[in-house]
Design a binder for this molecule. Sequence first.
Ligand code: ADP
Ligand code: MG
Length: 619
Amino acid sequence: RNSAEKFEFQAEVSRLMDIIINSLYSNKDIFLRELISNASDALDKIRFLTLTDKEALGEGDTAKLEIQIKLDKENKILSIRDRGVGMTKEDLIKNLGTIAKSGTSAFVEKMQTGGDLNLIGQFGVGFYSVYLVADYVEVVSKHNDDKQYVWESKADGSFAISEDTWNEPLGRGTEIKLHLRDEAKEYLEEGKLKDLVKKYSEFINFPIYLWATKEVDVEVPADEEESSEEEESTTERTEEEETEDDEEKKPKTKTVKETTTEWELLNDMKAVWLRSPKEVTEEEYAKFYHSLAKDFGDDKPMTWSHFSAEGDVEFKALLFVPPKAPHDLYESYYNANKSNLKLYVRRVFISDEFDDLLPKYLSFLMGIVDSDTLPLNVSREMLQQHSSLKTIKKKLIRKALDMIRKLAEEDPDEYSNKEKTDDEKSAMEEKKGQYAKFWNEFGKSVKLGIIEDATNRNRLAKLLRFESSKSDGKLVSLDEYISRMKSGQKDIFYLTGSSKELTDWWKKALDTEGIDSVKISNRLHNTPCVVVTSKYGWSSNMEKIMQAQTLSDASKQAYMRGKRVLEINPRHPIIKELRDKVAQDSDSEGLKQTARLVYQTALMESGFNLPDPKDFASS
Ligand code: ADP
Ligand code: MG
């Protein structure tokens, strides 16, 4: 086209597209889910704009917030159209090609190490999955603030944008036209598309229509039968079986099947969270979780809580504990404003970037909050300040902690179950080990909560689990520990660290170095480790003074032993490398030697004297 402007894809985007085009990934279905999810996002956006600007919605068909799917079998084109917010020319250039999102390179990296393409939506690059099934894609889009444009690309490193002077005007919204590859012809089958929408897009809150053929019963005069066969007819007709009614009563008409085409609604748009918990099946909850999390694996959520709050502030909420912690949960924990809660006001999606619905330590929860109390026609900024949010947050925290506590209560491995009857116990058998699983994935969040949330500290403390010296590898709660304490025991001694193995190895490697304990430290930045004296031990100065005294070697040793603590920085490259190697061969003498060198360097830098080996020779 003459007026087309050409653009190069940003380098990372281009690599991503190459990977997708050449992918042998067999589950190509996912592209449809990604396109419908984008259409739904665009509809959410225009609906939100309409709250404060009634004009934005438009009139007639343009105002219909819906998604339409159409097949053109002859030309092998599958089109998905929405009446969402649309894209301006600038949006098309930025969003579909020239600006890489943070997820782009992360996803490319994942793919190169055998990651699952299914997770593409989580990385914010779902659109490009169209190239799993198409070799040429057109995006026609009309935004309220601009003319209608066409974006097109054959995934050959570049895309073109032209002002649209030939397609039907969209009014507003976006139509994606996929020119399907030969191997992807199955997506021209209506049945296939219906199945896919059912499977992946059941929970989309806007109607999804398919331009579908349909057989309808039509009454025709019975004597038309013969002549109709001779007529040139474009509609297909098949004869109904004769009824056994006797001749005389038989009307002079008969029923034939005719094929017509019409918009067929594929989803029922019942918002799961508005339904009564009694009516929602476990499977529906699991499927809803998958669509929320953009994670379509087989793992079910660990648990969920579905409730409604009444009183001054009314809202419904559905919270999920995911099956696994996301890979970046604790990276940039204090900087990122990441929330996985979607906020709705009276079924209208408002935002999934509200900072203050849940405290940071609960940011691993996924879910939805839908409030009737919050006002609809104010900006996000004003909503963010609304006093009801504090109440909502408070209730959400309580419910979240209750939900986690129940995970433990229902787990037969847990101490708290000792008072359950045998029947109750057998009913809980399938929940065996679920709390330990939770603790492994999210235990750190509970610990962070203890630090951050003074109000709920007692509730959180009940959720803590530790390995104790007597627990034989099992996790115990504080209550359980205390109930087993010997009478007269006043103190609880504890070791800290993110993993017992990582510190055990160091203790062994430094066995001859006179060290009491090793712990993982989060306060270090550029040093691999430091040596400190434990609370009741000596400072390095004190140690020097003691060494100058005329004490017997044996008593020096007694003093020195059990006083020094080695703090290790788990993020330091030396420590990381060592840890990786130890994981492969924990008995290696060479590695132990390295550990001793690292320790001795830290010892000198911390102002301690190097221990005289003979001090410890007898140990
Ligand atoms: P994500 O949806 O996670 O942002 P995608 O790769 O699926 O990532 O989409 C990229 C961007 O392209 C979207 O953020 C949006 O700005 C734009 N976009 C894609 N599809 C549409 C659409 N149907 N209507 C409006 N904008 C769209
Ligand atoms: Mg998307």
